[in-house]
Design a binder for this molecule. Sequence first.
Ligand code: DSN
Length: 429
Amino acid sequence: MPADAASQANIELIRKSDPAIADLIAAEAGRQETTLELIASENHVSSAVMHAMGTCLTNKYAEGYPGARYYGGCEFHDRIEQTAIDRACRLFGAKFANVQPHSGAQANMAAMMATLNPGDSFASLVLKDGGHLSHGMKINFSGIFYKPVHYPLHYDKAHPELERIDYDAAMKVCMEHRPKLIMCGYSAYPRIIDFKRFREIADACGALLMADIAHIAGLVAAGVHPSPFPHAHIVTTTTHKTLRGPRGGLIMTGDEDLARKINKSLFPGVQGGPLMHIIAAKAVAFGEALRPEFKDYARRVVVNARALAAGLGKRGYRITSGGTDNHLMLVDLRTKSEELTGQDAETWLGTAGIVCNKNGIPDDPRPPKFTSGVRLGSPAVTTRGLGEPEMDVVAAWIDKVLTARGDAGVCEGVRREVGGMCAKFPMPG
Ligand code: DSN
């Protein structure tokens, strides 16, 4: 059961009508409560964000935008959506925001539709180097309708400090292919992104710059990572990762003409009715992120990620690029044991109550199903209140489980200790 009384009451209410689903929700709440969430893209929302989602706002159609809807009865929805827009603009220093995307991928789709025609080319980092499915993967709309060209990540195991975006190589690729749009912002990149440098590349080749800050949005909002504004023409993000809001997307720009095109491409181009209960929860989350406590949270996210990376480094694990500047790290497991795969590590750590995902590392010789690495992130455990001393304990547990190659007894022992730590740091919501 969740620790939050309102969430418990919710489950009991659902149980009266649907005990099967109530049991499953309670079981999932128990799983989250008693395990450590190290998936870099996940977080635990506040009680206010959680309960804004479970409201009567879900009953309403509000196609259109504030003041220009296709349905009656939208007076409160207009005010809720406008509040979300105003708060997003304040938080990120944007002039225009669209808070309707159901997800980050749909935000990207709308941004691309607003700036590209089918068949146009855009530049991005390929998924296996840390990019995203919606940044040009062949089986995704972005690779089906548009022509991606990829700029490289610099690979150098002997000099991990160089495993970063190669801006000179990106300039060369973009000057050669002259894409209409350059995408930066990644799903598995542990270093600061130089948005100013990307804008110089975009200006040189005559492209627009789009920053997908889905992973680092909370860090950007808190000033812990440099802002893509004023460099990027368009900024997309999810709202549920470091930003700690409900599951959803957001698009921002400083350009009025682009804002008009984005609004049109999102609705009616990509989506129909907005999820107004989610938009209300976005407004609540943006309000929380505007408070001083959120700055402190984001700062602690980075401190904790560095502490976890250091804890693993001193136990013999190579952290790609030599460390982290943000909330995540990629751990090269081969430095501990050549046979260890990300798939094994994910399974064994999961058994021990430490939840993470296998992830390719730069120039990974193994396929995505196995990988040679895991991606670890600090946003969710930082929300629970874990600090630097606990991150070292977590590193020691990870090492214990992996050194024992998932031995059942070792996993069981660690699982118990993880449970003890989780009980000391209850999750909100
Ligand atoms: N699936 C997300 C992640 O884990 O990074 C990206 O959309």
